[in-house]
Write a protein of this length. Structure first.
Length: 735
């Protein structure tokens, strides 16, 4: 601020701060400013003259003063070139600027006042003429009245003009605001076009570029200045100069076209583009506006799709059968079928397509239609591929055998979208017995049978070994249970008598104490030594505890006998819940809390189940295998949880039984351990496959359990597992 004030009041001449080389320029600057000051003063003198003549309002004197101040400011500016008085020069310039601002506000009012003054003068003249001609004829009075009416009319006109001026000012403000909005929209439009991802070109009638955006420069490698010096023919080989006039006239008639052409970059690379061109007329001139988009990627994708389609058609045409696709409505609504169907059925493929001449199911043998629907429905429910062999009725009336392999395609909501498959003619294989093919088939069949037999032999051997061990163990357990049962029964049967005898003896002692209250000294000392009162109370408790222990031994022996079940030579009605409870009783020691593991909680949700025809001992073996695996998995999970610092996790086994329908039941055994991966789950029932460490598992428990459920009882054993959450085994058994 101090520096600005110093400069403001400084008196140093401008010429003294400049070199001698600029002296001539300063003289020229002084001459022009002097002429401008002379013009301002001349305008002021003319305004004073016109005001003195009385033809204009005295408001023009203010204008004259303003022009004089402007002239003085110009002369001061010339003076400051050699003799600087900045404060005077800036003060005069500020005054002149302020006066011009006031002029802008006072001009409409001054014009209106001038018009009103002129009207007042016109009104005064008829009144003076009336006073001078009071004694004149009547005609002069009428003329004066007419002049007064004209004057009044003129006054109304002036008022109307003032209102019109106000209205015009209001319209002008609205138009200015509208123009501001339009300019803002134009700026936004210009910004959007400049930043558009597509290249934008404005082209003149001669093919020259009038405007290009940033995307156009980026795609072609030119700057905007370079592109504006080029024409459409320089970047587009598809628009030569010889055909430009024809293109212009055609587009003028069409108005707008969408075409695919090629562009050439600055470095010679040619790439395809999709252009939308509009022919426009503006202010009497014609233009073409082109929007270009690089479609190189799309062209590559289309070429790849065409190649894939060609490969697909070639592959389909070489398949010795018919490939088909149908909608979710089934094969009655085929969307595609290859021409191979004609060789199989005798009908052309077009007969079975959309809006078919005949539906495909009409040529299927009536006896096979229901079987086909059942197999496809089962495949949809299990989401597995299906393979069907059935008969077709040829166009000549003969019956031909076909094999069909297909699969349903599902969406994310598990709804069927379509069916894809292939149909192969197998009539010759069914009817004709070619010797060579038959021998090869027999050899292959024998090899497959030998491989299957070897696999089954290994499984059977392992099963027999395991069964023999279990049988020996069962016999031993049954023998031990039988041998234990006799002494336990003896003890259990005599405890009640011993209790009664002890009770009688104690009552006898009480009678002696009642009738002989003063025993001898020796008896009193003996009673004191044996603490008779304590013996009397504790003896009955001891006998009660012995009875509970004998009951527990009897229950365990009974569970061992029920679990071993040596009488499983034939199916017998059995209570599934009793078998599960017996298994849990045997595993009770592993379920209890130990030093390294917490207690495993067992949640039982038993439904109402009828007796089921089964091999109870073998099912108990299945329950034992599944529950033992769950206990091992929970122990491993506890180790992992403990290492990770999770202390609120509680190991749990859930057992739930339910009747699925009138003919089958389901037993679900689930745990909340760490679960398993999909690869492990798929190999779970393979013989000798185990995830347990060496010496802890043989890999036969689940394989044998699967065979017991599936082969012995005609049921299913399914495993569902979520990694990190747990595993569930579901056993479905027919009644």
């Amino acid at each position: 601020m101090q520096q600005l004030l110093t400069i403001f009041f400084s008196t140093v001449a401008v010429s003294s701060t400049l070199g001698c080389d600029t002296h001539s320029e300063l003289q020229l600057y002084a001459v022009f400013d002097s002429l401008t000051a002379l013009a301002y003063c001349s305008i002021a003198l003319f305004l004073v003259y016109f005001t003195r003549q009385g033809s204009h309002s005295k408001a023009f004197l203010v204008f004259a003063v303003g022009f004089l101040i402007c002239g003085a400011a110009q002369l001061t500016a010339v003076w400051t070139v050699w003799y600087s008085i900045y404060w005077l020069s800036l003060t005069l310039k500020a005054a002149s600027a302020l006066i011009f601002v006031l002029f802008a506000a006072l001009v409409p009012q001054a014009i209106a006042n001038a018009s009103l003054n002129q009207t007042e003068n016109l009104q005064k003249q008829p009144l003076q003429q009336v006073e001078e001609n009071q004694d004149g004829p009547h005609i002069q009075i009428e003329e004066l009245a007419k002049k007064e009416l004209i004057a009044l009319f003129d006054e109304d006109t002036i008022v109307d003009r003032t209102l019109d001026i106000d209205s015009l000012n209001e319209q002008l403000e609205k138009e200015i605001a509208w123009r501001h909005r339009v300019e803002e929209k134009l700026q936004l439009t210009q910004f959007a076009i400049d930043r558009s991802a597509d290249a934008v070109f404005w082209i003149g009638a001669e093919g020259k570029f009038l405007y290009v955006n940033d995307a156009a420069c980026s795609s072609l490698g030119y700057s905007a200045t370079e592109l504006l010096d080029l024409s459409i023919h320089d970047i587009n080989p598809d628009f030569p100069e010889t055909a430009w006039k024809l293109h212009w006239s055609v587009l003028k008639r069409c108005g707008s076209v969408n075409i695919e052409v090629h562009h050439i970059t600055k470095y010679g690379r040619i790439f395809p583009v999709e252009i939308t061109i509009d022919h426009l007329q503006f202010n009497g001139k014609e233009y073409q506006c082109a929007f270009a988009r690089d479609i190189s990627d799309r062209k590559r994708i289309e070429a790849a799709l065409r190649e894939r389609e060609q490969e697909f058609r070639s592959l389909v045409s070489n398949i010795p059968g018919a490939v088909y696709r149908c909608s979710d409505a089934g094969r009655s609504s085929l969307t595609f079928i290859s021409n191979g169907i004609e060789a199989i059925s005798g009908y052309p493929a077009a007969n079975f397509m959309l809006q078919p001449v005949q539906a495909f199911p009409t040529i299927v043998h009536p006896d096979d239609a229901e079987q086909i629907e059942q197999i496809i429905d089962r495949a949809i429910q299990t989401k597995q591929p299906y393979t069907i062999e059935y008969r077709l009725i040829h166009s000549d009336g003969n019956v031909r055998w076909v094999a069909e392999k297909g699969q349903a395609i599902f969406n994310a909501a598990n709804q069927v979208l379509s069916f894809n498959g292939a149909i192969f003619d197998m009539t010759e294989r069914k009817v004709a017995e070619d010797t060579l093919r038959l021998s090869e088939a027999i050899a292959n069949n024998r090899a497959q049978q030998l491989e299957i037999a070897l696999k089954e032999l290994r499984e059977t051997q392992s099963h027999l070994i395991h069964t023999d061990k279990l049988s020996s163990l069962g016999q031993m357990v049954a023998g031990v249970a039988h041998e234990i049962n006799n002494p336990v029964s003896f003890i259990y049967g005599n405890i009640s008598y011993a209790s009664q005898y002890m009770t009688d003896l104690l009552q006898l002692v009480e009678l002696y104490q009642k009738h002989y209250p003063q025993p001898t000294v020796e008896i009193q000392e003996y009673i004191k030594n044996i603490d008779l009162e304590f013996v009397r109370e504790d003896l009955l408790k001891i006998l009660s505890s012995m009875k509970m222990g004998a009951d527990r031994i009897r229950e365990i022996v009974l569970s061992l006998r029920n679990f071993s079940r040596l009488d499983d030579s034939a199916k017998q009605p059995a209570n599934i819940h009793e078998g599960i409870d017996n298994t849990l009783l045997i595993l009770h020691s592993k379920l209890r809390a130990q030093s390294e593991y917490p207690e495993i909680k067992v949640l039982k949700e038993y439904g109402k189940l009828p007796l089921i025809e089964c091999y109870a001992g073998q099912l108990n073996q299945v329950f034992m295998n599944l529950l033992s695996n769950s206990i091992d998995a929970l122990e491993d999970a506890w180790k992992q949880k403990k290492r990770s610092g999770c202390s609120d996790w509680k190991p749990t086994i859930s057992i739930r039984t339910e009747a699925i329908n009138e003919n089958s039941i389901c037993i679900r055994i689930a745990d909340n351990a760490i679960g398993m991966t999909e690869d492990v789950r798929l190999r779970l029932f393979d013989p000798f496959f185990t995830t347990k460490p060496m010496g802890k598992g043989t890999g036969l428990g689940l394989a044998i359990s699967y065979r017991i459920v599936a082969e012995k009882h005609g049921g299913t054993l399914i495993c569902r597992s979520v990694l990190g959450e747990g595993t569930e085994f579901a056993i479905e058994l027919p009644l």
